[in-house]
Design a protein around this ligand. Sequence first.
Ligand code: HEC
Length: 147
Amino acid sequence: MKKINRIGITRAAIGISGLLAAFPAPPAAMAADGRALFEKNCSACHSVMPPPKSAPPITPIASRYRQAFATRQEGVAHMVAFLKSPSKEKMVADRQALERFGLMPPMQLGDRELRAVAEWVWEQGGTGGWGPGSGRGSCQGGGPRRP
Ligand code: HEC
């Protein structure tokens, strides 16, 4: 009987470690997701750092959101609402952007994608980074791979 019990316990242990391996750390996965979504859906108009393309760069926008909202949760929620249907009233960042670039078109993305990309944008305001070299070499996936 004892033998059978042991085997049972070993099985359970393997089962648990298997489960853990199946769920990789969510924050890293989210960040990568948000960045990929940005590259695909936003980077045609938005650069991350100045100079601007056809829209204000992301870093100063993210800094404004951080000033305007007490928590990341509120900031991200507002940004998602803006991305769904941009309007002058919802604008938090630079209102002059409207005259310079026009209103942003609504994004045709699902809620999950909008959240992921908004969270990624919010993170870009955290470095305080206008200093030389900021925005480069942030160790995303190792090694220089420039086109
Ligand atoms: C077709 C060009 C275009 C695309 C694509 C685009 N944007 Fe914009 N975006 C703009 C312009 C222009 C503005 C400035 C005017 C405004 O706020 O509507 C802006 C403003 C913003 C703002 C500031 C809003 C505020 O509160 O003042 C955020 C945040 C933003 N964009 C995020 C995104 C994200 C995230 C994506 C991709 C999912 C994206 N944009 C895709 C053109 C674009």
